[in-house]
Design a protein around this ligand. Structure first.
Ligand code: FES
Length: 140
């Protein structure tokens, strides 16, 4: 019997978290390989449909991460993302997903250590939740 290895779709802002991922890599920090990164120019461009589609198509979790408050390169994209995530967390249970499958974080470009910590923590959290209902239905 194999242990559950979640698939986590991650939308990372080009300017901060994606750069932090690069830094974590060049600093040889280890983090789980469960994170599938999609680079976006700003978390404000992550359409709620992207999140729901990822979950419906088999992702066990979705992580959105961008610039710290006040640092968004497009002024307020990260605040827009925060409002969207709040709404998404309210409606995800209606699609059969626990709201904990979605997380929003801020990770600055110079914070490779925080990046690795968040990736480990998110992976542990999704492992504890188990496979998503959509994934189980796909297997059956
Ligand atoms: S540019 Fe990074 S969150 Fe907007």
């Amino acid at each position: 019997m194999s242990a559950f290895e979640p698939t986590i779709v991650a939308f990372f802002c080009n300017w901060c978290t994606y750069t932090a991922a690069d830094l974590a890599g060049t600093s040889r920090l280890s983090y789980p390989p469960n994170i599938k990164i999609i680079r976006v120019m700003c978390t404000g461009m992550v359409d709620p449909k992207f999140v729901i589609k990822a979950l419906l198509e088999g992702a066990d979790g979705v992580l959105i991460s961008g610039c710290n408050p006040g640092d968004c390169h497009y002024i307020n994209g990260n605040y827009k993302a925060r409002r969207r995530v709040k709404l998404l967390k309210d409606i995800l249970p209606q699609f059969g997903f626990e709201s904990e499958r979605l997380r929003l974080t801020w990770i600055g470009a110079s914070d490779g250590i925080k990046f690795a910590e968040v990736m480990c923590d998110m992976t542990d959290q999704i492992k504890a939740l188990g496979p998503s209902e959509a994934k189980l239905k796909m297997v059956i």
